[in-house]
Design a protein around this ligand. Structure first.
Ligand code: SF4
Length: 308
């Protein structure tokens, strides 16, 4: 069976209706973040490879663009770190030839140390690099990196990218209670932010079921305090309002709720039966949880969803 490289368009808290493009095999990543919504990293690597056919990915994007009623961004994100795919640059270039829809890349920043990777992202309209740690010990605790990765070099890499990149650069920080939210660490993060000079800083916390149960979210009040400490251009990523859903998404939202009301199901069950990407399903699960319609229950190490 051919891998589906696209999902959505799905409502995103940051990007409106985003068409996700997934160019990495499931959970191949340079990191293994304790808050990762996709579960543990199956292959931790820094090796950049040509994973999938560029022609096939482009054909799937074109097909979806032609049928979707609205797409605000074409977004490279997905099952792992997108810059591990050596074709990301040529893919962005190719997309720019056939559509005006802006292209976004969500990256964990670790490979921005490489000139080739920075070059490959330069034609994107928006890049959202993440930075959860400013010291090596916090980096190791929260992101559990490949042993070759050093946070100092990564911060240097983001700074260089900022200087070279002409588009919109929004730095994302995911805050985990008791892990990267101490006053001294926030001070170190603020220093890094001041050096990087992103267009915006977006604060986020653990919203979806994390890879590790000890990864807990911060409260809104705690987030506000950190937002003020980081300074100007810093925002807490607002929740997406359901009002913006297209009829097609409204339909999918209701189908998923119906499935959950019939019997407890996992994300994999829903994804398999609807033929949709896991990441897409996770967005709707997130929305239904926020609406107070469903809850997660754990049984034999699997997360099931059932009505609340
Ligand atoms: S959150 Fe992103 S960077 Fe972290 S392990 Fe998951 S896919 Fe990799």
């Amino acid at each position: 069976m051919k891998k589906s490289h696209i999902y959505g368009p799905v409502p995103s808290r940051r990007l409106g209706l985003s068409l996700g493009v997934d160019i990495i095999p499931f959970k191949v990543c340079t990191l293994d973040c304790i808050y990762c919504q996709l579960g543990p990293t199956t292959k931790k690597t820094t090796e950049i490879k040509d994973y999938f056919s560029k022609k096939e990915i482009i054909s799937q994007i074109k097909k979806r663009i032609n049928t979707a009623s609205r797409i605000d961004y074409i977004t490279f994100s997905g099952s792992g770190e997108p810059t591990l795919n050596s074709k990301i640059g040529p893919l962005i270039k190719e997309i720019k030839k056939f559509t005006d829809i802006p292209v976004a890349v969500l990256t964990n920043s670790t490979l921005l140390t490489k000139k080739k990777v920075r070059e490959s992202l330069k034609e994107a309209d928006l890049v959202v690099p993440s930075l959860d740690a400013a010291t090596q010990d916090v980096f190791e605790n929260i992101n559990r990196p490949h042993p070759s990765l050093k946070i100092k070099r990564i911060i240097e890499g983001i700074k260089k990218f900022r200087e070279e990149f002409k588009g919109d650069l929004r730095l994302e920080i995911i805050l985990v209670k008791g892990i990267n939210d101490s006053d001294s660490h926030i001070k170190a993060l603020r220093q890094a932010v001041n050096e990087i000079k992103p267009d915006k800083v977006q604060l986020n916390t653990v919203i979806r079921p994390p890879s590790e149960k000890y990864a807990h979210p911060l409260t809104r009040k705690e987030m506000e305090k950190i937002k003020n400490a980081i300074g100007k251009n810093c925002e807490i990523v607002a929740h997406f309002k359901r009002k913006g859903l297209t009829p097609e998404e409204e339909n999918l939202h209701n189908i998923i709720l119906d499935m959950i009301c019939r019997r407890p199901v996992t994300v994999e069950d829903i994804s398999g039966s609807l033929g949709r990407h896991k990441n897409e399903i996770l967005k709707y699960i997130d929305m239904l949880k926020r609406e107070g319609k469903i809850k997660a229950v754990t049984y034999e190490n699997n997360d099931y969803y059932e009505p609340k």
